[in-house]
Design a binder for this molecule. Structure first.
Ligand code: FRU
Length: 467
């Protein structure tokens, strides 16, 4: 007998109803983290895009706010970013009440022309569109979208990076209204190439001083999907990053890695970007996959689309070179009450739980329910696998069902003992393995909640609940 499982996550952000994709405009202001998102409020599938809006103080519990941006005569509202204009360089507010500026893509639904526009808010909830839009016009270049605005410390002005076909382009401005192009970066010379989407560019401190990271999500052409060393030889969309420097005009890929550097090895993390106006770098991604998101069996639970938890990033030196490492931000409070797990099977009292484990050698962590469904996380000396092939419903879409989408794998980054953090929340599994160097985000749809957790091998784990 099939039990109807409620898939709505407890601490992962989901829209109040219907369809959501990319996170947009993430910015911290007055003690609240703002998240805007690609939203189609009328149906559980993609449609004319709006910007939905929500806030949180702890990155776990979200409050829905009214839809922030609606389609207009320039088009619907595609992805973009927000900045808190503290010095009021835009003139839309004052030093006492700095404006929050949204920089987004106006996508004409008939011609598909994409141009960049801005809107501002003084109460950080209601937005006024700028009468001078578009602020970066476009004569007809296809795929020209997703501006991510950031402070340019070299030129002491704003810069933005946007996706322009197979490149990303950089622009700068003093007032957020008048922009000039300063440079471009060609994706695919190193790493994978494709139509770029949702770029992000920011500095991180390392033991060798400051380095810049450029993140690009992209639509892969078929010839790229089979490329060697691509953990995603199966997916049509992927996110990768580059490590280098920023000269005030453009990003320079100093690392030149031929292996694509991946911020996630799972099937379900796309269009991930970082918060503005935070000292630390914190990322959230869309925890879904364009290949099957529109068929995900969450519509009966009232939503389609979910976000990853917030992850704080660091750039750490490994034997292979510099790599991003991630840790969950905001979960410390949940870990305050935790239970050591015995070897073998343990009972689960909720289907929203977390696990922190010390890995001393090899081992396995398995969650299962009484329908015979299970998820298996295996650590060997060579690799880490997150196997969802038997995790639950899979026949809702042919790609989801494929073996290569079900068995997520990544090479080990650390030889010695390491830590693994796992969060499971109704239908989303996040695994940060090898001290956060190897993240996986994976959607799973068990017919009924997992009731048991088994730990075997050289793994010592503590369990905690998310609510
Ligand atoms: C990425 C993306 C963006 C675009 C948005 C439209 O997932 O395709 O490039 O702005 O989604 O919803």
């Amino acid at each position: 007998m099939q039990t109807k499982n409620n898939y709505r996550p407890v601490v992962h952000f989901t829209p109040p109803a219907n369809w959501m994709n990319d996170p947009n405009g993430m910015v911290y202001a007055n003690g609240r983290y703002h998240l805007f998102y690609q939203y189609y409020p009328a149906a559980p599938y993609w449609g004319p895009m709006h910007w939905g809006h929500a806030v949180t103080r702890d990155l776990l519990h979200w409050e829905h706010l009214p839809t922030a941006l609606y389609p207009d005569e320039l088009g619907c509202i595609f992805s973009g970013s927000c900045v808190l204009d503290k010095e009021n360089l835009s003139g839309f507010g004052s030093l006492e009440n700095p404006p929050m500026i949204a920089v987004y893509t106006s996508h004409n639904t008939t011609t598909h022309l994409e141009q960049q526009s801005i809107a501002y808010s003084l109460d950080y909830e209601h937005f006024e569109k700028y009468y001078g839009n578009p602020i970066i016009a476009n004569e007809g270049q296809p795929d020209f979208r997703d501006p991510k605005v950031f402070w340019n410390p070299i030129k002491q002005c704003y810069s933005l990076v946007l996706a322009a076909g197979k490149n990303v382009e950089f622009y700068s401005s003093r007032n957020l209204k008048d922009w000039e192009k300063t440079g471009e970066f060609q994706a695919g010379i190193h790493g994978l190439g494709g139509i770029c989407e949702c770029p992000d560019c920011f500095p991180l401190q390392t033991e060798d001083g400051e380095k810049w990271v450029l993140i690009i999500s992209m639509i892969l052409p078929p010839e790229e999907t089979g490329k060697e060393n691509n953990a995603f030889d199966r997916m049509s969309h992927i996110t990768q990053y580059y490590i280098g420097s920023f000269d005030g005009n453009t990003f320079i890929d100093t690392e030149k890695s031929d292996i694509p550097l991946l911020p996630d090895f799972g099937t379900d993390n796309y269009a991930a970007v970082t918060f503005q106006n935070l000292d630390e770098k914190v990322m959230i991604g869309w925890a879904d996959n364009w290949d099957y998101a529109a068929q995900a069996p969450t519509a009966d639970s009232g939503f389609r689309g979910k976000m990853t938890l917030a992850r704080e990033m660091k750039l750490v030196k490994t034997e292979q070179g510099y790599r991003l490492s991630f840790s969950f931000k905001g979960t410390e409070a949940l870990e305050a009450v935790s239970f050591p797990l015995a070897q073998g099977d343990n009972r689960l009292h909720s289907d929203t739980f977390g696990l922190k484990a010390a890995v001393k050698g090899t081992g396995k962590i398995v969650f299962r329910n009484s329908s015979g469904e299970f998820v298996e996380i295996t650590v060997t000396e060579e690799e880490i696998t997150v196997d969802r092939r038997h995790a639950g419903q899979s026949s809702f879409q042919q790609d989801y069902e494929k073996e290569s989408y079900g068995l997520n794998r990544a090479p080990r980054q650390l030889r010695d003992s390491s830590e693994i953090e796992i969060i499971f929340d109704k239908c989303i599994l996040e695994v940060l393995a090898d001290n956060g160097l190897t993240p996986f985000t994976v959607s799973v749809f068990p017919l009924q909640p997992y009731e048991k957790i088994g730990v075997t091998g050289d793994i010592q784990a503590k369990l905690f609940y998310l609510c």
